[in-house]
Design a protein around this ligand. Structure first.
Ligand code: NI
Length: 266
């Protein structure tokens, strides 16, 4: 049975130079966003949500590196909107601190932000690479976004088990052309050609720390060949998306939706 969330309150603030760093580079890492006690509870929540492979349907996890509905050993699994089945996540120190920091990074009021989460499991020894991408490439092309992602590892994340890498400054560019991994629209994961990676930075974060990134910052996470799993809880904070006069050209979004509809009708 899932234990109750810990009650200890923990507050984190960032400084003006952190905000400046984020705006220049498109990412920011901090040592602490929540307590060890809360990390233990979040691991229990995480493990509970990753018990059922639903192939992409709500209520469980699905593997983003293989076609919807195809089962097999987990290599890169995701569960969406964990705050639905576990509303207490919204009251966590992580969520509260991440929201405050996101508001400061975006220069908006906390109350102006909507949020949604997902959890990502990169298992030990055979965890799949998370290909280079921009988060905004996944989103509806008919809207403009003002958003920032928070990423909380529940296990110490480093280059061996698949921490995030960022390409500094890439958030100032447009959304690049993406395609589905393996060129299969039934595979959820997107990939882009990141170009010159000589300036890419590896950003290890201990469990209970966090990183933040802009939705256009190019990022990736390596494969996990280590004996340690890498569990992470990511949250997107955004002001309400604004409808564009002309939708951006992101055909891979509709291709993915069609493949999902086709697979789930089988
Ligand atoms: Ni991402």
């Amino acid at each position: 049975m899932r234990s109750l969330p810990p009650t200890g309150r923990f507050e984190v603030e960032i400084r003006d130079d952190d905000v400046a760093f984020f705006r220049e580079h498109g990412y920011l890492a901090i040592d602490r966003i929540t307590t060890d006690e809360e990390v233990l509870w979040l691991r229990e929540v995480f493990d509970g949500l990753f018990r059922t492979d639903t192939g992409g349907a709500p209520g469980g996890y699905f593997d983003v590196a293989r076609p919807y509905g195809e089962s097999g050993p987990v290599r890169l699994a995701q569960t969406l909107f964990p705050e639905g089945p576990v509303p207490a996540l919204r009251e966590s120190n992580y969520q509260r601190n991440a929201r405050r920091i996101a508001a400061r990074l975006l220069g908006v009021e906390r109350d102006a932000l909507q949020s949604w989460g997902h959890m990502i499991w990169k298992p030990a020894r055979d965890g799949h690479e998370t290909p280079w991408h921009q988060d905004e490439a996944y989103w509806e092309p008919g809207f403009d976004y003002q958003a920032v992602a928070a990423w909380l590892p529940l296990d110490d994340a480093d280059a061996e088990n698949g921490c995030l890498w960022f390409l500094p400054g890439s958030h100032r560019g447009e959304v690049r052309s993406h395609r589905h991994l393996h060129d299969d629209p039934a595979v959820h994961a997107l990939v882009t050609d990141p170009g010159d990676l000589s300036r890419a930075v590896c950003v290890p974060v201990r469990a209970g720390g966090a990183s933040f990134h802009h939705p256009r910052t190019l990022h990736h996470a390596g494969a996990n060949g280590s004996p340690r799993q890498r569990r992470a809880y990511a949250s997107e904070f955004q002001t309400p998306p604004v409808r564009r006069a002309v939708a951006a050209h992101r055909p891979w979004v509709d291709e993915g939706k069609a493949a999902w509809a086709e697979r789930s009708a089988r």
